[in-house]
Design a protein around this ligand. Sequence first.
Ligand SMILES: *Cc1c(COP(=O)(O)O)cnc(C)c1O
Length: 227
Amino acid sequence: MSKISENLIKINHRITEAACKVNRDPRDIQLITVTKTRNVAAIEEAIDAGATDIGENRVQEIREKFPEIGRRVRWHLIGHLQTNKVKYIVDSVDLIHSLDRYSLAEELNKKALKPVPVLVQVNVAQEESKFGLCVSETIDFVQQVAADCENIAIQGLMTIAPHVENVEETRIVFRQLRQLFEQIKSQDIAHVTMNYLSMGMSNDFEIAIEEGANMIRLGTAIFGPRN
Ligand SMILES: *Cc1c(COP(=O)(O)O)cnc(C)c1O
């Protein structure tokens, strides 16, 4: 068995354990296999081992790999998207996790042939180094995009937790995003669905699951360290 399949089996066990701990159904948690810096051969191996959803953070890498791998898998853009690159990916990507500003919403709205599924990226911990809206401005932003951009389908929220030594400290970040998610859901905003809560990476995914994540994005845990 390949190292990648072994890792995926272990990860699936860990997902199940984390979900069971809080009485959730593990089948409700979607694993995004983060393939940034990995070559097509490694990605093929992950697909053979059962990966169904591929996450990339750079437009250039999607442009290189998408033609070789195609639509056997779903494609997720999980990194910052420059407005001038929207045209390259808007029709290949299945879900954009990183809507982080109004100008990007406008550009996506203009370039898309059909409604683009997106998640709004929230910088819960307000880290300088990270993109995303702050918690307090997110609801207004969602309302405005929903009202103005008929070609955008907001389907949830995404965050990247701070990298901390004690991983337990990420819990509060995930909990805050979950609360915001429930708050937006309860507002029943037209054209907005709160289906996906994308949070949790290799080092913190179990805590994210305990706090309600239903999409987790793992790279290192599947493929090993990046160079
Ligand atoms: C790289 C990346 C991940 C995966 O990180 P790992 O620590 O390798 O699991 C998840 N989300 C985003 C946005 C990333 O850029």
